[in-house]
Design a protein around this ligand. Structure first.
Ligand code: CA
Ligand code: CA
Ligand code: CA
Ligand code: CA
Length: 268
């Protein structure tokens, strides 16, 4: 009985940490992803923003709910994007279409689009930014987080292949937050080009003792192992939620070893 109570308590502690993950969908015209949609991060509640997120020449401030749909003290401020666009790319459907066929746009004349997150709990995060433009595979959006521990600026764009591909639809960065802030961008200051941002996922990574908790449910078990094996040796880059525990961009024996080292760990 005591053991059962302890296990339940540890799950609650880890669930609270995972709760500090956020999903954002920019643009409403193509819909909002369902809570079951994880893209390349965690599934859960999607904060959704319409034209208000990109006021011409202005600043947007908005509160954020976590992926459990609970209110938080975190907020996002946006400057630089000056319109929200939508176009039905024939290749995208369903939740992917809801995320990708609408987007905030900046002209980079001079400002790129900048997202400043405040009130973020300190810890390590994987930041997933989507900068794909429907019907314009030639358009590249330079996505960056400053300053990340892993990952520099990445030019993102191309034709939809039926799934998310790093460098085509998204960029991934890792950042350790010590001041409650995450800052990220699409575009290039003074670049005088169009740049896009479809959405953002901020994925809270588990503490090292629970590093193998790939799905963020507070336990390291066969569910996590299964995710890792499904994405084993994934050729187009991998995210934490796909099993790349160490951020090396591949799912391999290093990740498997970490998962097994933390197997059945009590998360705290
Ligand atoms: Ca949308
Ligand atoms: Ca579509
Ligand atoms: Ca797990
Ligand atoms: Ca790895």
């Amino acid at each position: 009985m005591h053991r059962a109570i302890s296990a339940a308590a540890s799950v609650l502690i880890c669930a609270a940490a995972q709760g500090q993950s956020f999903n954002l969908d920019l643009g409403l015209d193509s819909g909002v992803p369902s809570n079951a949609y994880g893209a390349v991060g965690f599934p859960g509640f999607w904060n959704s923003f319409g034209p208000e997120v990109a006021p011409p020449g202005g600043v947007f401030n908005g509160p954020l709910m976590d992926i459990a749909g609970a209110p938080t003290s975190a907020t996002v401020r946006q400057i630089g994007a000056n319109s929200v666009q939508a176009a039905d790319d024939a290749a995208t459907t369903g939740d992917a279409e809801a995320l990708m066929d609408d987007y905030a746009q900046a002209t980079n004349s001079p400002l790129d689009q900048c997202y400043f997150f405040s009130g973020i709990q300190n810890g390590t995060y994987e930041v997933l930014t989507y900068g794909w433009t429907p019907n314009h595979p030639e358009r590249l959006s330079r996505l960056r987080v400053d300053p990340p521990a892993i990952g520099g600026p990445l030019d993102v764009g191309g034709a939809w292949t039926g799934q998310h591909v790093e460098g085509v639809t998204y960029a991934r960065h890792r950042i350790t937050v010590s001041n409650g802030q995450i800052n990220l961008h699409s575009g290039l200051f003074g670049g005088n080009v169009l740049s896009s941002m479809n959405g953002i996922q901020i994925v809270r990574l588990p503490d090292p003792a629970c590093a193998g908790d790939i799905n963020g449910d507070g336990a390291v078990n066969f569910d996590d192992l299964n995710i890792l094996l499904v994405h084993w040796d994934k050729p187009d880059g991998a995210t934490f939620s796909q099993g790349d525990i160490d951020g090396s961009n591949t799912v391999d024996f290093d990740d498997l070893n970490t998962l097994l080292t933390t197997w059945a760990a009590t998360c705290s």
